[in-house]
Design a protein around this ligand. Structure first.
Ligand code: ADP
Length: 900
């Protein structure tokens, strides 16, 4: 964002208001300033230009500054949320500046005095709480990333803290350079905070800029390690953090930075957060960003939720349930105990479909407790948030009664207990206080029930009585003036007034009536008057209205305080509702889609019988087609220490990708503690899931398809281990045949010998099937097709063996390639196959020595390569252009020397 500010004015040509604006803007240089003027938030100077472009609103001008027009644009206060949403979505940050005194007060200080204004809040992507700005089923995380430099030899450590102020969640963890991207992809924060030096570090700058979320560099003071612990303890009003568990220095620094930023954006308000919970890296399945995208876990490759895994499995009834499911899906567990507990809960729900249905109906009526609670404690809540607490607690009471306390799996029993012990008395108190129809904003009044507070009833009675008297006045005045069309009306500018048609006006303005009727306003067709009587009544009504509102606001604060007092118990209840919602939703899914309960254990097993793809299956059903279920066995049958690799061949469109993905998805579903689309499944915990599926250009970041493919493949070969599951689809497609074949070849050997992971490898290079002869744990399978009258028919069935050929030409024909092209292609293919027969790949295999890359030394490190060493010593990011040139000369000389 361009945040250039006009120079502070030297001459007093600036109006006092502009001077105030410039001062406030100077204190918030990195935000668009929403400057409150009457019913509008106005923006000036560069802000106005940026906002008018972003929002598509008219740019006007207001007055002059140093001789130039001041650009200005504005948004109405009542519609501000919708504009905020747009700006935030575009990655802007907004400082909301309100009037902090009554304009009447300012006038008292003299004609030129400006109304006092202050920024009351910074709105940034990671710190919003309004329902209209949040999506109900998604967490809105703010993440802070701290860095602790590793000592020479070991790498840097990153501390992570992520906070959702709309729900109170607060988690911390550690990461390292290799997995930072994967961790951020899992957390999916809306905004990432990082210290300026870390942001600017040449080794990381491109990484931050490439992140798909807003990244906010902060002064290093936010991450200050020495005071981090005190700052945390202070926030939670505890003496020491011991009660919360132990945290590393990197975690503390990130957590303190996150909290400081929350306080900064909320201008001192402290949203009630849960104490930081530590998430260890080995507790969740690591899924890197590319794998998440490739497997379309939360969005399809084209960015939509429809067609993603989450859309296929989410049957939750509440926003909180949807958020919990999304969180589990983002980080599947690696702890069989946790997983079994979740599976038990689903099983219990499946055993009593009637109860599950009833619980789901109760859940559907439960508002979002966590978010209402957060708004109330941030002083940003309204009467409807109080009602949400009431209704949420009522739903909790109903569900607690339904669940009872019989023999229940641990997760259900814990939830039932939280619900039973929720502060139900508070719901009764809220019921007694709140009216049936509630306004959106507390300042609109009218939300306290009649009979709740005697004082309020009394003021309201006075007000209503005056209104009744006014209603009676119309008839009196009509009779008195003999103008039957006379009306008593009300508007916001004049208040109450008497209106007559223009033709009658003269009568009222002449004696004797003009003694009583005082002229106020002449319109085109009507003239307006008042009387002292009317003015008195009006003053009474206004006075009563003000008193009533003051009483109501006081009641609101009492109720909000009562809510805050038991916020921890409310949050427990909210969590319990979410846990039940997810279990019930997954039970309904399992029942409706015929999923089975997987066995999840600490082993290297991977045995799926009759597995299906959860998304493709649904899509096919819509077209009245059925999905062909397939088995997959990758575990070491004989208790060995490494998994099998299945090499999947078959023509295009046979179903290779589908098969690969479905097995990865089944592993994920099993580890989030869900039933899975299969007849049976036994899954040994997968610690890391890698996939390289399909080919997508990443032109925005200047990488070709092939480069993306190689970067992802490199990540897999460098990181996968025996407990990992690897899905590789069509490696080497993006380059020439022999290049591609060779890379795929070497990758399989590496996976088999070095990574030793359970893996599925799909390829159209049939030549690779020959590798099964040499690699003990490599199995060839193929997706069966058959030919009928020259057409290829896909059976989508996985069977042992290798595809006999690729059927590329048949598939091309199916796609509608012109007949002449198809015929010519057949001729060319015959020729090529003839040549290949003369030097078959099998012969080549026998000539190749066994794979030995793991054992051979890195050629670059060999001392017999001084030129290589010189190149390695150059740090391109750190040299000046001149040093770079000198280095080039040195290299040329060294090379010339060697030639001599
Ligand atoms: P490939 O990777 O071999 O080119 P895909 O996995 O993309 O093939 O599958 C192509 C299409 O075949 C899918 O879009 C789907 O409609 C269908 N298909 C794949 N697997 C199955 C299956 N097991 N049962 C039924 N249809 C399938």
């Amino acid at each position: 964002m361009d945040t250039r500010l006009p120079e502070k004015p030297a001459e007093p040509a600036v109006t006092p208001m502009m001077a105030q604006y410039i001062e406030i803007k100077a204190a918030n240089p990195d935000c668009l300033l929403f400057y409150r003027m009457g019913d509008f938030y106005e923006m000036f100077f560069d802000d106005a230009e940026v906002a008018s472009r972003a929002l598509g609103i008219t740019l006007t001008k207001r007055g002059k500054h140093q001789g130039d027009d001041i650009p200005m644009c504005g948004v109405p206060v009542h519609a501000a949320d919708q504009y905020l949403q747009k700006l935030i979505a575009l990655g802007h940050r907004v400082a909301v500046c309100e009037q902090t005194e009554d304009p009447a007060e300012a006038r008292k200080r003299g004609g030129k005095a400006v109304v006092r204004r202050d920024v009351i809040r910074l709105v940034t992507p990671g710190t919003i709480t309004e329902d209209s700005l949040l999506s109900p089923g998604r967490n809105n995380y703010l993440a802070a990333v701290s860095r602790r430099r590793g000592r020479t030899g070991d790498g840097d450590i990153f501390g992570l803290a992520w906070i959702d102020i709309s729900t109170g969640e607060f988690r911390v963890g550690e990461s390292d350079a290799a997995r930072l991207a994967a961790d951020l992809a899992r957390i999916e924060p809306r905004e990432v905070l990082v210290g300026e030096p870390v942001f600017a570090d040449p080794a990381l700058n491109a990484f931050w800029r490439g992140l798909p979320m807003a990244v906010t560099p902060l002064s290093p003071a936010f991450f200050e390690g020495a005071t981090a612990e005190t700052r945390l303890a202070d926030y939670f009003a505890v003496k020491t953090l011991d009660g919360f568990g132990s945290f590393s220095r990197a975690e503390l620094s990130a957590a303190a930075a996150g909290l400081a930023y929350v306080e900064k954006t909320q201008i001192g308000e402290r949203p009630p957060l849960m104490p930081p919970a530590r998430e260890t890296a080995d507790g969740v399945m690591l899924i890197d960003a590319a794998t998440r995208t490739n497997l379309e876990l939360t969005a399809t490759l084209s960015g939509e939720r429809r067609g993603s895994l989450i859309a296929a499995i989410d049957r939750t009834a509440t926003g909180a349930g949807a958020r919990l499911l999304a969180r589990r899906l983002a980080g599947p567990s690696t702890d069989p105990n946790v997983i079994v507990e979740r599976l038990d809960a689903i099983g219990w729900m499946l055993d009593d479909a009637g109860l599950t249905q009833a619980v789901r109906e109760d859940l559907a009526s439960a508002p979002d407790l966590a978010r209402a609670l957060s708004r109330l404690t941030l002083n940003r809540g309204g009467p409807r948030d109080l009602a949400a607490i009431r209704d949420g607690l009522d739903a909790a009471a109903r569900i607690a009664a339904r669940l009872g306390s019989g023999a229940q799996p641990a997760a259900i029993a814990a939830a039932a207990k939280s619900l039973a012990t929720a502060p139900h008395g508070l719901a009764d108190a809220l019921r007694a206080a709140l009216a049936d129809d509630l306004p959106h904003l507390k300042r609109d009044g009218g939300f306290v029930r009649d009979g709740y507070r005697a004082e309020l009833d009394e003021v309201r009675r006075l007000r209503d009585e005056s209104r009744r008297v006014i209603a009676g006045l119309q008839a009196d005045y009509a009779a008195e003036t003999d103008i039957r069309s006379l009306k008593v009306r009300h508007n916001n500018v004049l208040g109450y007034f008497i209106e007559v048609g223009a033709n009658h006006a003269e009568r009222l303005m002449a004696a004797p009536l003009n003694g009583r009727f005082i002229h106020r306003q002449t319109m085109a067709n009507a003239v307006r008057f008042t009387t002292t009587e009317l003015a008195d009544l009006e003053a009474k009504i206004a006075g009563a209205g003000e008193r009533a509102l003051a009483i109501e606001l006081a009641v609101f604060d009492e109720l909000a305080d009562a809510v805050e007092l038991v916020s921890a118990a409310i949050r427990d209840a909210a969590d319990a509702l979410a846990v039940l919602d997810v279990a019930a939703g997954l039970a309904v899914l399992a029942e409706a889609e015929g999923y089975c309960r997987p066995v999840v254990e600490n082993s290297l097993a991977f045995a799926v019988a009759g597995g299906r793809h959860p998304v493709v299956e649904r899509a096919l059903r819509h077209e009245s087609q059925s999905f062909v279920a397939n088995d997959c066995t990758l575990g070491p049958e004989d208790a060995g220490d490494a998994g099998h690799i299945w090499l999947v061949t078959g023509p295009n469109m046979a179903g290779k990708s589908t098969f690969l993905r479905q097995n990865a998805l089944i592993a994920i579903l099993a580890q989030i503690g869900s039933y899975v689309p299969a007849r049976s499944a036994r899954i040994g915990i997968v610690d890391r899931l890698f996939s390289r599926v399909g080919a997508a250009d990443d032109l925005a970041r200047g990488r070709s398809t092939f480069m993306v493919e190689m970067v992802e493949t490199a990540a897999i070969l460098n990181q996968a281990g025996p407990r990992s599951l690897v899905i590789l689809d069509e490696i080497g497609r993006g380059t020439a045949t022999f290049d591609g074949l060779s890379i795929a070849w070497a990758a399989i050997e590496h996976l088999h010998e070095v990574n030793r992971s359970r893996a599925l490898f799909a390829t159209h290079y049939h030549e690779l099937t020959a590798l099964a002869e040499r690699l003990a744990r490599l199995r060839n399978v193929t997706v069966r097709v058959t030919e009928w009258q020259g057409e290829v028919i896909f059976l989508h069935e996985i069977a042992p063996g290798a595809a006999d050929r690729s059927y590329g030409i048949q598939v091309a024909k199916l796609a509608g390639l012109p007949a002449a092209v198809v015929a010519r292609a057949r001729e060319v293919l015959d020729q090529l196959e003839e040549t290949d027969r003369k030097s078959p790949v099998h012969a080549m295999i026998d000539d190749l020595p066994l794979f030995s890359a793991a054992r051979s030394p890195d050629p670059a490190a060999s001392p017999s390569d001084p030129l290589g060493e010189m190149v390695d010593a150059i740090q391109p990011d750190e040299v000046t252009p001149r040093e770079a040139l000198e280095a080039l000369y040195r290299l040329k000389t060294a090379r010339a020397d060697r030639r001599k």
